[in-house]
Design a protein around this ligand. Structure first.
Ligand code: GTP
Ligand code: MG
Length: 448
């Protein structure tokens, strides 16, 4: 395990498009779970009136998830190829659980966007694409799933239709693509619906699959002889390891806290910047509690050092369950995580039914934290493509506007400048069950 590079991959997309099924199928085909386990789930699922959910149940372990047939919280699972070892993060697609999807996506080095060729692009397909971009996911595989369904019949034309639609959305939110002559390279090229022109992505790959029927997962499908591109597992191996932010001070946003018999309190999360080793003194913010790292583990193995990208459990001497919660950030004592009194951000308004004015106080989702924040000042309205200031101190902001604003958290929140700590400087703003805006932090006024 130590010698293979590690990548965190999040599975995103609209509810029921087959994310959990795809993850379950990959784990089975690559020998990371046993056939008997899936067989057992098949029988149990059928008995509970949830036939066809056997693969999803590999990831959906909560009682409520299985009863409702939806993923609610993110789940992690390890999986190996010859080249990499992956931590797969299965995110929920249902609109009520977008906050869990954001947590999963903020930890990802790459994403697999699952879009069903039966239902096509849906509301959370669009929302997740935008969030993936805002949260800085650098590379994406678009898995066009359910190619086996009656209405698709493994048709190349249907695949291209979905591919072009998703490609146009990805281009629209700012993923880089170059203009090309045609779409012969079907796994990277697409036709933009807006302009009718062809484009080629460098960091995005398309693959037609059926997770349930096992097409193009790790073996070329005889049902889609027209497909010349990679299988899904080959595409995962084509992901690149993003540069590690090892040169920055240590930061680990806490995703959860557990009490483990024999060990004590264990905070769980992903190292975003810097590194940490057993024996180091660390500080928990906003609480300011300090302690020495007693032990760390990753995938149930003890580790002496953790680096950016590692999903770890960390046990710190003198820190009890009451001292730490989701949304806290562990950092180095010499450069503690910044607790903001207020901050200035560059945002995009995505979706707001009326207008935003100063005083508006929605929930901000940043790394693993969720805190209500007030728009205290609307500083500038800017052109989202050129960055040119169009109006200073605007009275209101509406859907489609880009703006510079000052925000004030309603309770202590760790947030950093995007420039210094990219994963702790991006956020989404949600209200009324949808993502209202997303943005990046350009300045932080520290709370004393
Ligand atoms: P949420 O996590 O709740 O957002 O859903 P999900 O995207 O994880 O979908 P899930 O894997 O739970 O699958 C939903 C339904 O789609 C199940 O009935 C699956 O059997 C079915 N399904 C998934 N993939 C395929 C496929 O390739 N073909 C067909 N025909 N059905 C599929
Ligand atoms: Mg699911």
């Amino acid at each position: 395990m130590a010698n293979k590079p590690h990548l965190n991959i999040v599975f995103i997309g609209h509810v029921d498009h087959g994310k959990s099924t795809t993850v379950g199928r990959i784990l089975l085909n690559t020998g990371n779970i046993r056939k008997e386990e899936v067989e057992k789930y098949r029988e149990e699922a059928e008995a509970k009136g949830k036939a066809t959910f056997e693969f999803a149940w590999v990831m959906d372990r909560l009682k409520e998830e299985r009863e409702r047939g939806v993923t609610i919280d993110i789940a992690h699972k390890r999986f190996d190829t010859n080249k990499y070892y992956f931590t797969i993060i299965d995110a929920p697609g249902h609109r009520d659980f977008v906050k869990n999807m954001i947590t999963g996506t903020s930890q990802a080095d790459g994403a697999v966007l699952v879009c069903s060729a039966a239902e096509g692009v849906q509301e959370q397909t669009k929302e997740h694409i935008f969030l993936a971009r805002t949260l800085g996911v650098p590379q994406i595989i678009v898995a066009v799933n359910k190619m086996d369904r009656e209405e698709n019949k493994y048709s190349e034309a249907r695949f291209k239709e979905i591919r072009n639609e998703v490609g146009s959305l990805l281009l629209g939110v700012g993923f880089k693509a170059e203009a090309v002559q045609d779409d012969t390279d079907s796994s990277r090229c697409f036709k933009d619906n807006k302009t009718g022109k062809f484009f080629k992505f460098s960091q995005i790959l398309f693959v037609p699959i059926s997770a349930y029927k096992d097409d193009n997962i790790d073996k070329k499908s005889p049902n889609m002889p027209w497909w010349k591109g990679p299988t899904l597992v080959e595409a995962l191996d084509m992901f690149q390891v993003p540069p590690k932010l090892t040169d920055r001070p240590f930061r680990l946003p806490v995703q959860g806290v557990m009490n483990i018999t024999g060990t004590g309190t264990v905070a769980v999360g992903r190292v975003e910047t810097g590194s940490v080793k057993v024996g180091d003194k660390v500080i928990f913010m906003p609480s300011g509690k300090v302690g020495e790292v007693k032990s760390m583990e990753m995938h149930h193995e003890a580790i002496p050092v953790a680096e950016p990208g590692d999903n770890i459990g960390i046990n710190v001497r003198g820190i009890s369950k009451e001292d730490v919660k989701r949304g806290d950030v562990i950092g180095s004592v010499s450069s503690p995580p910044t607790v903001a009194k207020s901050f200035i951000a560059q945002i995009m308004i995505l979706n707001h039914p009326s207008v935003i004015t100063a005083g508006y106080k929605p929930v901000l989702h940043c790394h693993t934290a969720q805190v209500a924040c007030e728009f205290t000042e609307l500083l500038e309205r800017v052109d989202s493509r050129t960055g040119k200031v169009e109006e200073t101190n605007p009275k209101t902001l509406k859907t489609g506007d880009a703006a510079k604003v000052k925000m004030t958290p309603s309770k202590p929140l760790v947030i950093e400048k995007m420039k210094d700590f990219p994963p702790l400087g991006r956020f989404a703003i949600r209200d009324m069950g949808q993502t209202v805006a997303a943005g990046v932090v350009i300045e932080v006024e520290k709370k004393e």
